[in-house]
Design a protein around this ligand. Structure first.
Ligand code: NI
Length: 159
């Protein structure tokens, strides 16, 4: 296992679309383990493979609530319900935060790391995290979706 370098704002790869995983091989499993470790190190809620420079549709999520740790391979949001306005940030934008409107509830289908089909109905932070990470897989960034005027930059001098 290893901590991988997180690609940050300005890196063109973050705007690229990730490709489906066709085979869950050793390389993908190693990527997943590294992503879990990297997420933990930076106290993130979610991480998409593109953020460590790999254009594959792989996401890891941990809301720090019991039972809310997920590996999602080739995730697809199949249903959304309602809206929630939430504070959001991203490990690729370490100093930026803003308010964003996300679905209140989502249904997502994916494969887990064993290649099993899973279906998840999520609300609150978990729904927000899944939407944020699926956006990453499509080259979409939260910064483009935040409610105008809600952007906060923390410690800009440290950048
Ligand atoms: Ni992010």
């Amino acid at each position: 296992m290893a901590i991988r370098t997180i690609r940050e704002e300005g890196d063109d790869i973050l705007r690229k679309k990730s490709k489906n995983v066709e085979l869950i091989d050793e390389k993908i499993l190693e990527l997943i383990e590294d992503m879990k470790e990297t997420l933990k190190k930076y106290n993130g809620v979610g991480l998409a493979a593109v953020q460590v420079g790999v254009l594959k549709r792989v996401v890891v999520i941990d809301t720090y609530e019991e039972g809310e740790q997920f590996v999602l391979i080739n995730p697809e949001i199949t249903k959304t319900k309602g809206e929630q306005t939430v504070e959001e940030g991203c490990l690729s934008f370490p100093n930026k935060f803003g308010k964003i409107v996300r679905p209140a509830e989502i249904t997502v289908k994916a494969l887990n790391e064993k290649g099993e089909k899973i279906k998840l109905v999520a609300k609150g932070l978990l729904a927000q995290a899944v939407c944020h990470e699926v956006d990453h897989l499509n080259g979409e960034l939260f910064i483009d979706k935040i409610i105008p005027g809600s952007l906060e930059i923390i410690n800009p001098d440290e950048k």
